[in-house]
Ligand binder design. Structure first.
Ligand SMILES: Nc1ncnc2c1ncn2[C@@H]1O[C@H](COP(=O)(O)OP(=O)(O)OP(=O)(O)O)[C@@H](O)[C@H]1O
Ligand SMILES: [Mg+2]
Length: 422
C-alpha cells in the first residue's frame, strides 16, 4: 500500500516508529563515539607507558651497578668499625682530645654504627625502588606464562596481605567466581598486581569501619576475566586522579610511598594483554578493576565428543558450549567419530575407550595412520583407567586420560590446559 492509501493515524504511528529508530541510532552513535574516544585514550596511555618503560629500564640498569657496590661494602664497613672500636678506645686513653673527621671518640662510639645501619637501610630502599622500576619496564616480556586461575592469584596475594590487613582492622570480603576460564600468565605478576592494589586500598582507609571486597568474574562481552577490588576509603585525590599509572605519582611521600605500585601493576597487566580501570568518589571509596584476557577467548575451539553413553554426551556438550563457548559436535561410537573426523577436524577429541562397534583404541590407531590428523589433541575418558587397553593407547602417545566419573569443573580445567599447550 502506498502512503496515499494510509490513514492519518497510520502515518502518525509510522512517524513515531521512525523517530524512535532515529533516537536509537543516535544513542548507538554516541556510545560508539565514546568507546572510540576511550580506545584512543587507552592507546595513547599505552604508548606513553612504553616510552617511559624503555627510559626507566635504562636508568634502573645504570643505578644497579653502583648500588651493588654500596650494598656490598656497607656490611664490610660495619665489621671494620666493630674491630676498630677497641683500638680507638686505647687511643683515647693516650690522646683524649683526638678528633676523627671532626668527631670525638665518644660520639663515634655512640652513633657511627647506627649511621652505617641507616645507610644500609637507605641503600636497601633504593634497591627496592630499582627492582620496582625493573618490573615496571618489563613491559612485554613477563617471564614464564602458564595457564592459571586468577582466583589462586587472589588467594596467594591475600596470604601476603594478611598481616597488613589484620593490623589495619579492615574487613575483607572475597567473592570468587567458581568456574572461571584460565588465563595465560605469570602467577607472581598477577599476585603483585592484586597485592599492590589491595595495599593501596588498605592505606586509603582511615576510619574504623573499613571494608575491602575482592570479586572475580567473567565478562562475556569480550571474554576476559576481571578482578574487582573495592574499598570504602578516602577516594583518590582529584589532583592526581588522571595520572595514577605514571611512576612516582604519589601523595604518600611523607609515609615513604614511592608512587611505583600502580605503574608497575599497570605495565604488568599490559604485558598480559590486560587493562586496569578505576572509579573513585572522594570520601566514599575507590574501585580498581583488572581485566585479563582468557586463553580461550581468542577463537572458539572445536571439540568432538565421542561417547556411547548419551547422558554423558549431553552433560559434556552442555558444559562445553554454555560454560566455555566451544564449538562442539558429538559421535556415539568409533565409526561415527571416524566419519566426523574426516570433515570436522576438531582441535580436541574427547574420546571414550569402551564403546560398541569400533572402540576408542581403534579410533586412536586410525588417527595415527592419518597424517592430516597429526596435530589434533586427544583427551581419553574412561571408567577403567587401569585396563590394558589404556596402556596400548598411552604407548601410541595419547597420554591425556581423565577417569570417569568426573568433576565437571576439573574436567573443563584439564581441557583448557590441553588446548593451550603447544
Ligand atoms: N584505593 C585508593 N584510594 C585512594 N587513593 C589511592 C588508592 N589507590 C591509589 N591511590 C592513590 O594513588 C597513588 C599512587 O599509588 P601507587 O601505589 O602507585 O603509589 P603509592 O602507594 O603512593 O606508593 P608505593 O610505591 O609504595 O605503592 C597513591 O599515592 C594514592 O594517592
Ligand atoms: Mg601503593
Amino acid at each position: 500500500m502506498d502512503d496515499a492509501g494510509k490513514t492519518k493515524e497510520e502515518l502518525i504511528r509510522e512517524m513515531a516508529g521512525l523517530r524512535k529508530q532515529v533516537q536509537r541510532l543516535q544513542s548507538q552513535d554516541r556510545r560508539m563515539r565514546a568507546s572510540l574516544r576511550e580506545s584512543q585514550q587507552q592507546l595513547q596511555q599505552a604508548q606513553k607507558m612504553e616510552t617511559l618503560g624503555t627510559l626507566v629500564a635504562g636508568v634502573a640498569h645504570e643505578i644497579n651497578n653502583p648500588l651493588n657496590l654500596i650494598m656490598y661494602n656497607l656490611p664490610l664497613l660495619k665489621k671494620i668499625w666493630t674491630d676498630l672500636l677497641p683500638v680507638l678506645m686505647e687511643q683515647k686513653a693516650r690522646e683524649p682530645e683526638r678528633k676523627y673527621g671532626g668527631f670525638s671518640y665518644d660520639f663515634l662510639r655512640d652513633n657511627l654504627f647506627q649511621l652505617v645501619g641507616d645507610m644500609d637501610l637507605a641503600a636497601n630502599r633504593v634497591a627496592k625502588i630499582v627492582s620496582d622500576l625493573k618490573n615496571f619496564s618489563r613491559q612485554s616480556n613477563v617471564a614464564e606464562k602458564t595457564p592459571l586461575q586468577v582466583n589462586s592469584a587472589v588467594k596467594y596475594a591475600m596470604r601476603l596481605a594478611q598481616t597488613t590487613l589484620r593490623k589495619s582492622g579492615v574487613r575483607l570480603e572475597l567473592d570468587l567466581a567458581p568456574d572461571l576460564p584460565l588465563i595465560k600468565g605469570n602467577l607472581q605478576s598477577i599476585e603483585q598486581i592484586i597485592l599492590n592494589i589491595t595495599v593501596n586500598a588498605i592505606q586509603a582507609i582511615a576510619h574504623d569501619h573499613g571494608e575491602i571486597s575482592i570479586k572475580t568474574g567473567f565478562q562475556t562481552s569480550d571474554g576476559s576475566v576481571f578482578i574487582r577490588i573495592r574499598d570504602n576509603g578516602r577516594g583518590i585525590a582529584p589532583a592526581i586522579a588522571d595520572r595514577l599509572f605514571l611512576p612516582f605519582v604519589t601523595d604518600k611521600q611523607p609515609e615513604g610511598g614511592t608512587g611505583l605500585g600502580l605503574s608497575v601493576s599497570y605495565s604488568l597487566a599490559r604485558a598480559h594483554g590486560g587493562e586496569i580501570t578505576y572509579q573513585s568518589r572522594e570520601g566514599e571509596g575507590t574501585t580498581f578493576t583488572v581485566f585479563l584476557p582468557t586463553i580461550l577467548n581468542r577463537r572458539a575451539f572445536r571439540i568432538l565428543v565421542v561417547d556411547d553413553d548419551e547422558q554423558i554426551r549431553e552433560i559434556l556438550m552442555e558444559a562445553l558450549t554454555t560454560e566455555r563457548q566451544f564449538l562442539v559436535e558429538e559421535a556415539a561410537n568409533g565409526i561415527e567419530a571416524s566419519i566426523k573426523l574426516g570433515t570436522y577436524r576438531p582441535d580436541l577429541l574427547i574420546l571414550d575407550i569402551f564403546m560398541p562397534e569400533m572402540d576408542g583404541l581403534e579410533v586412536c590407531r586410525s588417527i595415527q595412520m592419518t597424517p592430516e590428523l597429526a596435530g589434533m589433541k586427544v583427551m581419553i575418558t574412561t571408567g577403567y583407567p587401569h585396563h590394558p587397553k589404556l596402556d596400548e593407547v598411552s604407548a601410541m602417545g595419547f597420554t591425556n586420560v581423565f577417569s570417569k566419573p568426573f568433576d565437571l569443573q576439573e574436567f573443563l580445567a584439564a581441557i583448557e590446559k590441553i588446548l593451550c599447550e603447544g
